[in-house]
Design a protein around this ligand. Structure first.
Ligand SMILES: NC(=O)c1ccc[n+]([C@@H]2O[C@H](COP(=O)([O-])OP(=O)(O)OC[C@H]3O[C@@H](n4cnc5c(N)ncnc54)[C@H](OP(=O)(O)O)[C@@H]3O)[C@@H](O)[C@H]2O)c1
Length: 272
């Protein structure tokens, strides 16, 4: 059973279901009025057994990282028992900026290394060679364990993979039952053929799931929720992991448990 909860790639065991932190601590800017509920969401995720936390320097302008760092510190979570992903924003892809921004993320998180560091979005005119010169240096210095990208199309993903001195770990992209852009554009295939994880974001956003009759009927027959079926559909796919976000402990638990759900070939066919 447990094996289904993990993906193993490049000697790394990573949970199929991690925890997103968009809206933790605010949105584009910090919102201190939500600090207590944000901390509560993180504490309950940790208590339930989430170990992969996905954040970014741009989430609540760094405040999501601060709150995650505080909660990990307050609960005295051993460093090796969590896997922390953060992202450098597209406006900071120059060599010096990448180094400085990574230090700032580490400081806010209270960590001395990141498990995974991603380029959050590509940017027109970016010089990927220069960005990867900094990213590779961060890995050599031990400040980052693994590198990845986000929202990269196939052409950019191939380029990034060729520039990374360590095997590129992931392309984090929007992927859910109704959004198969990165299947159609060849990214999923490329990831599966090259041992790169596809990290599916926004896997259960309400607009994606609400009103899908097939999902509802499978969920009802199984005694689970539509969101759980949507997550199981993702996690059953090789090299796909996902990072749903919920501030509701019941949803958090259901999302984590979705990795144990095995859909039948008939159900998968119906979801096509
Ligand atoms: N790389 C990028 O550019 C990028 C872009 C977007 C997101 N992300 C990452 O991916 C993470 C997840 O994406 P997301 O936050 O956009 O969307 P999501 O996780 O698909 O959806 C979050 C929403 O779904 C609800 N929800 C979650 N689980 C549920 C369940 N079991 N039943 C009912 N409702 C449920 C949540 O409400 P409740 O709190 O009420 O449960 C919340 O409103 C983000 O937090 C972020 O870390 C990355």
């Amino acid at each position: 059973m447990d094996r289904m909860r993990y993906e193993i790639v490049h000697d790394l065991q990573i949970p199929k279901i991690g925890f997103g932190t968009w809206t933790i601590g605010g949105r584009g800017a910090p919102d201190p009025s939500s600090d207590e509920s944000s901390r509560a969401a993180l504490r309950s995720a940790l208590a339930l057994g989430y170990t992969h936390f996905d954040t970014a320097e741009s989430y609540a302008a760094g405040h999501a990282e601060e709150l995650l760092g505080q909660v990990l510190h307050d609960l005295r979570i051993p460093r090796e028992s969590v896997f922390v992903t953060s992202k450098v924003a597209p406006e900071h892809l120059q060599y010096d900026d990448v180094l400085r921004r990574c230090e700032a993320s580490l400081r806010r998180l209270g960590l001395d290394y990141l498990d995974l560091y991603l380029i959050h979005w590509p940017r027109v005119g970016m010089k990927l060679e220069e960005t990867f010169r900094a990213l590779n240096q961060l890995v050599r210095e031990g400040k980052v364990r693994h590198l990845g990208v986000s929202n990269f199309n196939l052409r950019l993903l191939k380029k990034a993979a060729s520039l990374s001195e360590t095997p590129l770990l992931t392309d984090q992209v929007s992927y859910s039952l109704p959004d198969r852009t990165y299947v159609k554009n060849g990214v999923l295939d490329f990831c599966q053929q090259n041992d790169i994880l596809l990290t599916a974001y926004s896997p259960v956003k309400r607009r994606n799931i609400r009103g899908n009759k097939t999902l509802q009927s499978i969920a009802q027959a199984r005694g689970v929720t539509s969101e759980q079926v949507a997550l199981a559909w993702l996690t059953m796919q090789p090299r796909v992991i996902t990072i749903p976000m919920s501030s509701n402990p019941q949803h958090q638990a259901q999302n984590l448990a979705a990795a144990d759900l095995v859909l039948s070939p008939e159900e998968v066919e119906r979801l096509k």
